[in-house]
Design a protein around this ligand. Structure first.
Ligand code: ADP
Ligand code: MG
Length: 280
């Protein structure tokens, strides 16, 4: 990988990598809190190189699903396989090594406010590598350059904008060159310009790092712009109501819920047309 300047080139429409091998495979997953089922019978695959969107209304279990995929919450039943290995069936050591291959950008960004950007990004590097201080510093600067924040090493999170904080958190998430990046509502709290820039960055980084991305979002612009594949979680049936490239689902999903969700404020005209007046 070269230390090239980050370009925010328009990504265009990305195609689904249907032929890619499964990076994550979820089988018969039931998710529950204290016996209260949130989603059940979940089956889907996230293939290598995809930008996979988890969508659905608030409270349907998107964040809960993410917690199952990143090793925070155990399935009530069923399995989550990462590169063929059962995340919840392997021993702790193997699971920890699998988790180190994932990078996570939490909803809040969650940078340490008392640390500079460089110190924040150095944390995972110091904890999980044997790099010297100088090597860590070089890598930190490189990661900052990848997210368009060259020269911001010594800034504190409070001194930069919300969009920049998200990008700094992303630099930390990619510190250990993860194979899979997970995002929970990355554009929440951002203005549309910053949100769009973050989307471009997600596409750019996924391509340049050769990684897979799993993005929880209900931001329609994001879903349709960057998603190569998606699932829609339904609250009422507690199941995956649709799976496929978001643009396709918008056109052809058999579920009205899914089409409505994907056409909010867009093609769907809620304005009532006045009844025709028939002249006698
Ligand atoms: P989403 O991210 O799609 O908005 P969540 O995954 O956060 O939804 O939540 C799904 C459901 O699980 C909601 O009904 C929520 O109240 C419930 N829930 C979330 N976290 C917990 C928890 N720690 N304990 C019990 N119930 C929870
Ligand atoms: Mg959530």
């Amino acid at each position: 990988m070269t230390n090239q300047a980050l370009t925010f080139a328009a990504s265009g429409t990305r195609s689904s990598t249907e032929t890619g091998e499964p990076h994550i495979e979820v089988s018969n997953l039931t998710m529950a809190y204290d016996g209260f089922v949130i989603q059940t019978g979940m089956n889907f695959k996230v293939r290598r190189g995809e930008i996979f969107i988890i969508m659905g209304p608030s409270g349907c279990g998107k964040s809960t699903l993410l917690r199952h995929l990143i090793g925070i919450k155990a399935p009530s039943s069923g399995s989550v396989r990462f590169d063929g290995l059962d995340l919840w069936g392997v021993d702790h050591e193997t699971r920890d090594s699998l988790l180190l291959r994932m990078g996570i950008l939490y909803q809040s960004g969650a940078l340490w406010s008392s640390m500079t950007l460089a110190e924040n990004i150095a944390l995972p590097l110091s904890a999980h590598t044997r790099l010297s201080k100088k090597e860590v510093a070089e890598l930190v600067s490189f990661k900052l350059s990848l997210v368009g924040l060259s020269g911001f090493e010594d800034y504190y999170p409070a001194e930069i904008s919300g969009g920049m904080q998200k990008r700094a958190a992303l630099a930390r998430a990619i510190a250990l060159d993860p194979e899979i990046l997970f995002f929970d509502e990355p554009s929440s709290g951002l203005d549309p310009i910053s949100a769009g820039r973050l989307d471009e960055l997600i596409v750019h980084l996924t391509e340049s790092l050769g990684s897979t991305a799993v993005v929880v979002t209900h931001d329609l612009a994001s879903i349709l712009e960057i998603g190569t594949n998606s699932i829609y979680l339904d609250i009422e049936t507690k199941s995956i109501l649709a799976e496929g490239p978001p643009g396709d689902l918008l056109e052809i999903s058999s579920s009205q819920n899914v089409r409505d969700f994907l056409s909010r404020g867009q093609g769907q005209k809620t304005r009532k047309t006045p009844p025709e007046h028939h002249q006698p």
